[in-house]
Design a protein around this ligand. Sequence first.
Ligand code: AMP
Length: 215
Amino acid sequence: MRLMLLMGPPGVGKGTVSDRLADRLGLRHLSTGDLLREAIAQGTDQGRHAESCIGRGELVPDALIGTLLEEQLESGGDSPWLLDGFPRTLAQARLLEEMLLRKKARVEAVIELVAPTEVLLRRLGGRLICGSCGAGFHAIFIPPKRAGVCDRCGGALVQRADDREEAIRRRLEVYAGQMAELRPFYRERGVLRPVDASGSPEQTEAGVLKALGPG
Ligand code: AMP
């Protein structure tokens, strides 16, 4: 099994980059946030447990996310994975290493998307969603035709509570704390690949492909 990790702070464009890379390199994209939201939507025991943790703004327990992740990886066949949102802690990084060792595999590369805080604040601060249909817009990058009104359904556009500046700064601090322990772990293993993500999605994609090298 082949597996790469994608890491980056909120607002760096992980979603866009992972879609592009999945297309370009034939990777299966797996986000642990999506995996948990799916479990919640299905109303499983694991989903109910995860929902209460997420609602309190906490990480879900390692054992819960580890089990969900392993089930997915088992079902994946041969295509290489691009994992996003995992690991969040050193304990999870070790858990993943053990999981992969049992399959005689290892993390091939850790792509760390980086951009200055001002860029992240500008991107996240302008994000708007439609309160009725959930469509996404951006005050600068994807402006609606009429300010404050959804192009698709005419609903009112709102800012997510966690996209306000104070909340964004808190999310950035949490991410910095996570990376402070994960960066040395993966650097030591020779797989960390920092990539500048302050430009366009095309530039970021090109940077990632360059960092991964030929093949
Ligand atoms: P995300 O969509 O990646 O921001 O994840 C949404 C929420 O799911 C997070 O705030 C956590 O509560 C939970 N979550 C996602 N990935 C993990 C993980 N690797 N470990 C623990 N909790 C996670």
